[in-house]
Design a protein around this ligand. Structure first.
Ligand code: AHG
Ligand code: MN
Ligand code: MN
Length: 365
């Protein structure tokens, strides 16, 4: 897009973007993305009020992962659920905050779509007023006329019809893909004084992640728990122009995946939350269905690559709704290199052990 292109709003932009898709399928996707976008406007309202809306602090309950919920986790989850409840195309949804999916009381039988989401990503940053986000994924509901159950959600990431995130930062941005490239919308609230509703304005319809980068993001406090391929990659980056890479790297860690991925969408880079040995039963920190898979689709649609170390994230078939997975994504050249380190027999002794013991076997494509 250039400066001469007139501003285009979400529904109109999607209509144009989905040209050629079967009409009923395109309408279902547009209305569903509209419902998600509407919920995210409300989440952004509450997030921006912060202390004023009593949105900070603990909710006093734990979620399915045993993590203490913050008030904003619960508020965001309720707002997403409320919006999806109204949407006639959504048969069921699943959230980080609930063990089981929720079947739509009104649309569970005839709805054609399933939605999975992380209502509030980066919860540890809420009180520090650092960027947070919402991540979402839209899947087909293949067996219509029967209300979906958890098994209907167990689809590999490459079956996602759409995926995206909303970043509540200095600006509120929505970045989404319908498998036809990546679109960026900005939330325009300038009409608020006149009583006009906020609008999502298309800012970029050709997002490309640079193939080369000198920036990586990892929580380095976990270094002693990493496996050899990750130790090698990070050590070589840190060695800079005196090491084998012969160039200096910079490091970032926001602890909001949405913010990290958005930085990569903007200027390239690598994000790593690898498997580590802190809790061997947990294959990584991030969740496959509502963190890794939607981000992987976005990154791949923008020309990057997303893997668990050895396999493409989009090929992994979930066993459970809340399955965890190692996540390594970003600029293609770097991800190719990291996959090469995992494949190098001299570098991956512990990795091979993990892969041959049943407890740690990765779902393969
Ligand atoms: P959530 O707030 O939904 O639980 O997700 C937080 C995730 C992710 O956004 C971030 O990259 C990572 O957790 C941060 O983990 P550490 O605190 O271990 O660095
Ligand atoms: Mn998250
Ligand atoms: Mn979350």
């Amino acid at each position: 897009m250039d400066n001469t292109t007139p501003a285009s709003l979400l529904d109109e932009a999607l209509q144009r973007h989905l040209t050629g898709m079967e009409a009923a399928a395109a309408l279902a996707l547009r209305e569903t993305l509209g419902a998600i976008a509407q919920a995210c406007v409300r989440i952004g309202d509450v997030a921006s009020l912060g202390l004023l809306a009593e949105a900070h602090g603990m909710a006093g309950a734990s979620n399915v992962h045993g993590e203490a919920q913050q008030r904003l986790d619960v508020i965001a989850d309720d707002l997403m659920a409320g919006s999806l409840y109204e949407c006639r195309h959504v048969a069921a949804w699943a959230s980080e905050e609930h063990e089981q999916p929720h079947v739509s009381p009104a649309h569970g039988v005839q709805g054609s779509l399933l939605v999975v989401f992380d209502p509030l990503d980066g919860s540890s940053n809420i009180e520090a007023n650092i960027s947070i986000g919402t991540i979402f994924s839209v899947l087909p509901h293949r067996y219509r006329s029967v209300a979906p159950g958890a098994a209907d959600f167990m689809q590999p990431g490459h079956q996602q019809l759409a995926a995206g995130y909303v970043l509540y930062g200095p600006a509120t941005l929505m970045v989404l893909t319908c498998r036809r490239g990546v679109l960026v919308f900005a939330l325009d609230r300038r009409g608020a004084a006149q009583g006009d509703a906020p609008q999502w304005v298309l800012m970029n319809d050709e997002v490309r992640i640079p193939e080369h980068t000198r920036e990586f993001a990892i929580n380095a406090s976990n270094q002693r728990f990493w496996e050899k391929p990750i130790q090698r990659y990070v050590a070589e980056c840190v060695a800079g122009d005196t090491g084998p890479r012969m160039k200096d790297f910079n490091m970032r860690w926001v602890a909001s995946m949405v913010a990290e991925v958005h930085r990569i969408m903007t200027r390239g880079g690598v994000f790593l939350y690898p498997r580590d040995t802190r809790e061997p039963r947990k294959p990584g920190r991030l969740r496959l269905m509502y963190e890794a898979a939607p981000m992987a689709l976005l990154v791949e649609q923008a020309g990057g690559r997303a893997v668990n170390g050895t396999s493409e994230l989009l090929d992994l078939v979930p066993d459970t709704l809340h399955q965890r997975v190692p996540v390594i994504l970003g600029s293609r050249d770097e991800i190719d290199r990291i996959v090469g380190y995992h494949a190098d027999p001299s570098e991956n002794v512990s990795w091979q052990l993990f892969r041959t013991r049943s407890l740690f076997v990765q779902p393969q494509a």
